[in-house]
Design a protein around this ligand. Structure first.
Ligand SMILES: [Zn+2]
Length: 368
């Protein structure tokens, strides 16, 4: 299949992204199944769905699972990455013991609305905790919530936020700050990185998809595509396998130890501990199968700037938004561009890296 201009792998709207993905699956002779969201619609009041493209025998013992759109607005790059794999032709001749499952738009509400969270303001990548047990506490976040989430977004409200946050960091340290904002929180439903109080539709549907489409998997490679962290346009790997266990070592052999073991990405702080990641959910859903994989980010803005865009994303839902439609539109555009930069060089570079990384994963599964 011809590659054409890879810029065309990107869409500007959710319906366009779906259509491109569905066409690429059909033209690659994959099997497409769509899981329609029963309780949410897009900004055009259109259908939201998770689209799943499957390749290879359903009872294959080895598989590669690739997700896009966990953090909605990051899905445009993840979608382009999946389409790049489809267009590479690599799925047309899989080994008989290998299956590939592409889940497009796992958080379709966020994808369609260009926002990080689900229809319930839930950060889907904090939602895969065990809700039958006690939920993780994050008292530090609650101390910081008012400063992080001011009602107004003005020069003066931001300055007073900044003072409060700086004072908190001076008292508790950079590491505690990073931990408080990244680990997820389960107490403030209008807050940042809210993990929810129950499994989201996307969570339950992913569990059903894995049961239906990967019933016999024993060895699973996994990528969850994201954008935001890391150097601009460069892949930044977050492997959530146990450090130095066989799955970790396998990820190093597929993608390079220097990438898996990098300490970059958090403004000098160590990687925080996260709760409720999809990675952990996938491990649970396919157990006792082995899972080797990573969340892979493509860097956009410096950490502080992209974090401010997340705060604006949240404020556009819950804050005192301006009456000025031009200012509102500019703020929405800022959030979009922070996670899917329009720069053609960034977009082409992401597709090139993502294609290589996915082919490395595919070769890794074949040799596993
Ligand atoms: Zn993300």
């Amino acid at each position: 299949m011809s590659q054409g201009d890879v810029i065309d792998f990107y869409a500007e709207t959710y319906p366009e992204a779906r259509a491109k993905f569905q066409l690429a699956v059909a033209q690659s002779a994959g099997q497409l199944t769509s899981y329609v969201h029963p309780g949410a619609v897009g900004p055009d009041h259109g259908t939201l769905a998770m689209d799943v493209g499957c390749f290879g025998a359903v009872d294959a013992p080895k598989a590669f699972l690739i997700l896009s759109g966990t953090h909605g607005g990051e899905g445009y790059a993840g979608s382009a990455a999946q389409i790049a794999l489809l267009r590479s032709g690599a799925l047309d001749h899989l080994a008989p013991d290998t299956r590939v499952v592409l889940v497009h738009g796992i958080n379709p509400y966020g994808f369609a609305h260009w926002t990080r969270t689900t229809e319930n303001n839930v950060d889907l990548n904090r939602n895969f905790v065990d809700f039958s047990g006690r939920l993780p506490r994050n008292d530090a976040y609650l101390e910081l919530h008012d400063a992080l989430c001011p009602k107004e977004w003005t020069e003066s409200s931001r300055a007073s936020s900044r003072r409060a946050i700086d004072a908190w960091i001076a008292a508790h340290g950079q590491q505690a700050w990073m931990q408080s904002i990244m680990m997820g929180q389960y107490d403030e439903p209008t807050g940042l990185n809210y993990g929810g109080r129950a499994p989201e539709w996307s969570h339950r549907t992913l569990e059903a998809i894995l049961a239906q489409h990967l019933p016999s998997v024993r060895k699973l490679a996994f990528i969850d595509w994201h954008t935001g962290l890391g150097q601009p346009g460069q892949p930044f790997f977050l492997c959530f396998n146990q450090h130095r266990d066989p799955n970790w070592e396998r990820a190093c052999s597929w993608w390079g130890r220097d990438r898996i073991e990098t300490a970059d990405g958090y403004d000098g702080a160590a990687r925080p501990t996260y709760n409720g990641l999809i990675f952990y959910g996938v491990q649970r859903f396919v157990a006792p199968a082995e899972v080797t994989g990573a969340v892979i980010e493509f860097g956009t803005l410096p950490v502080q700037e992209s974090f401010d865009q997340l705060r604006i994303d949240r404020w556009l839902k819950f804050g005192h938004t301006p009456d000025d439609p031009d200012r509102l539109a500019a703020m929405r555009r800022g959030v979009r561009d922070a996670f899917t930069p329009p720069d053609p060089a960034w977009r082409r570079g992401v597709v090139a890296h993502a294609t290589e990384i996915q082919l490395q994963g595919l070769a890794g599964v074949a040799a596993w």
